[in-house]
Ligand binder design. Structure first.
Ligand SMILES: CC(C)(COP(=O)(O)OP(=O)(O)OC[C@H]1O[C@@H](n2cnc3c(N)ncnc32)[C@H](O)[C@@H]1OP(=O)(O)O)[C@@H](O)C(=O)NCCC(=O)NCCS
Length: 185
């Protein structure tokens, strides 16, 4: 595929802050088995769980500049993905999570969403470190972390078993080359 084919295919993507009106779309996405397999400990999330996450993200947006962004494509009302930055229990640290509709996997969108969110995080004077974690078998998630230039931080234990956290600090080199940013609007 040429660069111009790829640009045409990827045209029209944007990220916008989540609102309470996004509950149905985000819940439907979270209930896809390939999405919840590792992200929600192998069970579809409840509507209340998603509603609470959105509500918390709205509080975070106003307080810290962190939050949740939905991936949308011009001409479609469907929620294609989501990237979230939320408080992490360490000073000046944010936790990154990302999920994408499986129909869009393998086109670089996961890395682009995540890199756009990290760029936002480091624009905040309150955040110096971004951390992401995944279950050990979640090869796609670790591949995204490595693509972003994140490094192994520590082993962790999740409900499904062993996992690991990766980290990126503000002063790190970051991804080479950096994934293209997705417009925030
Ligand atoms: C994780 C996820 C967002 C990745 O999305 P994606 O758009 O397919 O990923 P990208 O196309 O941006 O790929 C980024 C890199 O990871 C690699 N990669 C993607 N999926 C992979 C897989 N299953 N195995 C190995 N490498 C993989 C790509 O080749 C690419 O590497 P490169 O740039 O060096 O070529 C997607 O798989 C997903 O939504 N999973 C379910 C939710 C989840 O588990 N989220 C993580 C919890 S934090």
């Amino acid at each position: 595929m040429t660069e111009s084919d790829r640009s045409a295919m990827d045209a029209g993507w944007r990220l916008r802050l989540a609102t309470a009106k996004d509950l149905d779309g985000l819940h439907a996405l979270g209930c896809k088995p390939q999405v919840y397999r590792y992200l929600f400990d192998a069970a579809p999330p409840s509507r209340q769980f998603i509603a609470d996450r959105i509500a918390q993200s709205i509080v975070d947006q106003n307080r810290t500049g962190l939050g949740m962004w939905l991936l949308l494509q011009d001409g479609s009302a469907l929620c294609a993905g989501c990237v979230e930055l939320r408080s992490y229990p360490a000073p000046r640290c944010a936790e990154l999570t990302y999920l994408l509709d499986p129909v869009h996997w393998g086109r670089g969108l996961g890395a682009r969403m995540a890199w756009t969110a990290i760029t936002q995080a480091f624009m905040s004077a309150q955040i110096d470190t971004v951390i992401a974690g995944a279950d050990r078998p979640n090869a796609a998630s670790f591949a995204v972390m490595r693509r972003l230039g994140m490094r192994f931080h520590k082993a962790v234990r999740y409900p499904l078993g062993d996992g690991a956290e990766y980290v990126l600090h503000r002063e790190d080199t970051g991804p080479k080359p950096p994934p293209a940013l997705i417009p925030l609007r």
